[in-house]
Write a protein that binds this ligand. Structure first.
Ligand code: HEC
Length: 169
């Protein structure tokens, strides 16, 4: 093949890959792992044990919701305006049944939302991420579109600051 043909093919390839990049999802906004979340305040727990529940596929198991101090204050006050630095963790474990009881099994993931009105302006002021097996090196939300999908479902509770959890004394 002549040199000019190669050059032409190369430039077509480059153009195609650049266009591909432009079309690809932007990377997710980084969200730190909720270090020490097991020492935060426990808010609520739920067992999703069967496909009668629409989220059984994604969220089947037992989960516990934790709030850090900044989040807890706003949650208790039932206000929708969370301050920057407020965070919630959603800790999901398998829930094997044995002898008429649902226990705790392997950790499936730890999801986190953390508030920063400016940094996370595109996703309702919250940063969204989940860590496979609770491992800080294994974030599962790989692009901004997926973060927006988290926020979209939580929009159902926009009036409560995008937080489903409610405080019970
Ligand atoms: C299809 C709807 C749906 C999607 C999608 C969804 N969530 Fe949730 N999320 C819920 C519901 C419902 C609860 C409340 C669970 C409870 O009360 O025990 C919740 C609770 C939470 C909580 C605890 C704080 C709160 O709002 O109660 C966190 C943290 C959380 N989700 C993070 C995420 C992240 C991160 C994603 C995306 C990877 C995500 N969620 C996607 C429905 C959803």
């Amino acid at each position: 093949m002549r040199r000019t043909t190669w050059t032409l093919l190369l430039s077509l390839f480059l153009a195609a890959s650049l266009a591909g990049d432009a079309l690809a999802d932007p990377p997710p906004k980084p969200v730190p792992f909720p270090k020490g979340y097991r020492q935060w305040t426990h808010v609520t727990s739920m067992v999703i044990y069967g496909d009668k529940h629409p989220l059984f596929g994604a969220f089947g198991g037992i989960h516990h919701v934790y709030a850090n101090d900044k989040a807890l204050k706003t949650l208790k006050a039932k206000k929708p305006q969370y301050p920057d630095g407020a965070s919630f963790a959603f800790d999901l474990l398998e829930s094997p049944e044995s002898g008429g009881a649902y226990g705790e099994g392997k950790r499936k993931f730890v999801a986190v939302i953390t508030h920063d009105g400016k940094k996370y302006a595109e996703t309702e002021g919250w940063g969204w991420q989940a860590f496979e097996g609770g491992d800080p090196t294994k974030p599962v939300v790989k692009d901004l579109t997926a973060q927006k999908a988290c926020a979209t479902c939580h929009k159902e509770v926009a009036a409560k600051g995008f937080v489903f959890a409610e405080w019970h004394d």
